[in-house]
Design a protein around this ligand. Structure first.
Ligand SMILES: Cc1cc2nc3c(=O)[nH]c(=O)nc-3n(C[C@H](O)[C@H](O)[C@H](O)COP(=O)(O)OP(=O)(O)OC[C@H]3O[C@@H](n4cnc5c(N)ncnc54)[C@H](O)[C@@H]3O)c2cc1C
Ligand SMILES: NC(=O)c1ccc[n+]([C@@H]2O[C@H](COP(=O)([O-])OP(=O)(O)OC[C@H]3O[C@@H](n4cnc5c(N)ncnc54)[C@H](OP(=O)(O)O)[C@@H]3O)[C@@H](O)[C@H]2O)c1
Length: 450
């Protein structure tokens, strides 16, 4: 039996494959379980897992050089903002390049995970089998469980048009010939409103709050290439970026939208060059928030109304872990999870969360670095601090988030890409020091040996 802990990775999306690759390279025994018949998660359009939120027109909004894994560059021929199928093919190629496809059990869901009293976990699979692991790396994604408006708008139950969440939007044919109201100002709303502006009969963009819309290119370069370096502190980066973004688009009210009630980088970024163009062309009509429904009409807070055929709620996603008992972990209400360094469960040893962050930047290099840290822990090269210090770090992070970001359930797991990458690197070194020079055996390093 291996002296190293045995790990279970839940999911083979871009976060799960980053974790599986690191464990594979380090010789840590593991199984990776994936609901789908292939890797790539969200990036597989019409994925057989039934939970991908992608649509035919989806392109990345984090430029490819900021999104690639550190040791596997994206092909040079890809555009800076590649399409979903090009990105899914890149993840496929990653798995083959590093040779761990045979470690992934496809079409196998994790149905239940129960931490055991003496340490370790019982993991029940969709095959009916229950396996025991020392560690679990959760990488089930956090953009698949739709968050509908809460509470529902008055009259929603008797509205005669159709209501759907952006998660169920797959292609333009769903919009053709319809009067469509799109609600929200995140990236889903931008893309779906633009698609609707070409295919629907009429398109309305309803919003309760203004945002700073960032064009994908600024000064001929991808917007995220500007001041995106690990050594540049966030305060400097945003001070540089704010005037550039203001100069690039001007006030949002010039496009008929609400002006934001916050500064740039105090909300998750909304990137779209095309929306401004379509607004300027009159192909999209801006509206304030929905107030209520009245039979066939959507009535907005300014009293105007539209007899709509379809309302698309682009109102974001819930963090969900259907395989944990709700009395153990259930973030669905407030979208909050208490994790040390955004990845370690502070009281259950051997429970890691990979990619459970909403970066101002891309998730993939973060998932890779988190996985390195988890692997260090599993190998006894990294030790966690005491519970008091972990709790203090979590509280500090939460209060910094609350101070900086617009109060919204979409801002509970925000990180600045470069600052968080730097923090993980520093944490790795600090945790290595805490081991006191490899005095722990690897299994004990997880916390509670079996
Ligand atoms: C429309 C859209 C566009 C986006 N664009 C970008 C972008 O441009 N750049 C960016 O960085 N991020 C973007 N994101 C964020 C997105 O979360 C990441 O790109 C990426 O998909 C995260 O990968 P993941 O592996 O964490 O999650 P996912 O891609 O969701 O993968 C999770 C995997 O886990 C599997 N799984 C889930 N539950 C189980 C279970 N119980 N048992 C077994 N397997 C399970 C799923 O089948 C899936 O394959 C976007 C999100 C959306 C919704
Ligand atoms: N690659 C791409 O181009 C692309 C495309 C789509 C999505 N994505 C990514 O996918 C993730 C999810 O994006 P998303 O746009 O689906 O969700 P999101 O970023 O969570 O945005 C949700 C939007 O809905 C609004 N909203 C929520 N509840 C509401 C309510 N009850 N009434 C009115 N408005 C409400 C929010 O407003 P408040 O701010 O006021 O809460 C916000 O504008 C993000 O990481 C995003 O970057 C990327």
């Amino acid at each position: 039996m291996s002296a190293l802990p045995r790990a279970c990775v839940i999911g083979a999306g871009s976060s799960g494959i980053a974790a599986a690759k690191v464990l594979h390279e380090r010789g840590i025994p593991f199984d990776c379980f994936e609901l789908s018949d292939r890797v790539g998660g969200n990036w597989v359009w019409n994925n057989s897992n039934g939970v991908s939120s992608s649509y035919r027109s989806l392109h990345i909004n984090t430029s490819r050089s900021r999104m690639e894994y550190s040791d596997f560059p994206m092909p040079e021929h890809l555009p800076n903002f590649a399409r979903h199928d090009q990105i899914a093919a890149y993840f496929d190629a990653y798995v083959d390049h590093f040779g761990f496809r045979d470690r992934i059990a496809f079409t196998t869901g994790v149905e239940h995970v129960a931490p055991r009293d003496g340490g370790g976990f019982d993991v029940r699979l969709s095959t009916g089998e229950t396996r025991r692991y020392d560690a679990v790396l959760v990488a089930n994604g956090h953009h698949w469980d739709p968050r509908m408006p809460e509470p529902a708008f008055p009259g929603a139950e008797t509205f005669t048009g159709r209501q759907m969440h952006s998660h169920d939007y797959k292609e333009e044919s769903q919009l053709v010939g319809k009067k469509v109201v799109v609600l929200g100002m995140g990236n889903s709303a931008m893309d779906i409103a633009v698609d609707a502006s070409y295919h629907a009969k009429e398109t309305y963009l309803a919003h309760r709050r203004g945002v700073h819309i960032i064009p994908k290119y600024v000064f001929g370069r991808p917007y995220d290439a500007i001041a995106g370096r690990e050594w540049i502190p966030a305060a400097v980066r945003w001070r540089l970026a704010r005037p550039l973004m203001r100069a690039a688009t001007g006030p949002m009210s010039r496009y008929g939208l609400k002006d934001p009630d916050h500064r740039f980088a105090e909300a998750h970024p909304t990137m779209s060059s095309r929306i401004l163009d379509r607004l300027a062309h009159g192909a999209i009509t801006p509206k304030p928030n929905i107030d209520h429904f009245d039979g066939p009409d959507v009535v907005f807070t300014d009293g105007t109304r539209v007899a709509a055929d379809l309302v698309v709620y682009c109102t974001g996603y819930k963090i969900s872990f259907p395989f944990f008992d709700t009395d153990f972990l259930d973030p669905s209400g407030d979208n909050q999870v208490r994790l040390y360094q955004r990845m370690f469960h502070p009281t259950v040893a051997g429970l890691y969360f990979i990619g459970l962050v909403q970066p101002l930047g891309a998730i993939m290099p973060i998932a890779e670095r988190q996985s390195e840290l988890a692997a260090d822990h599993l190998q006894g090269r990294y030790a966690l601090p005491g519970l008091d210090r972990m709790n203090a770090e979590i509280d500090r992070h939460r209060s910094a988030l609350a101070k900086r970001y617009v109060a919204s359930k979409r801002h509970t797991i925000q990180v600045d890409f470069d600052d968080y990458m730097r923090a993980l690197r520093k944490e790795r070194a600090a945790g290595a020091k805490r081991t006191g020079g490899m005095t722990v055996t690897p299994r004990a390093a997880v916390g509670r040996p079996l």
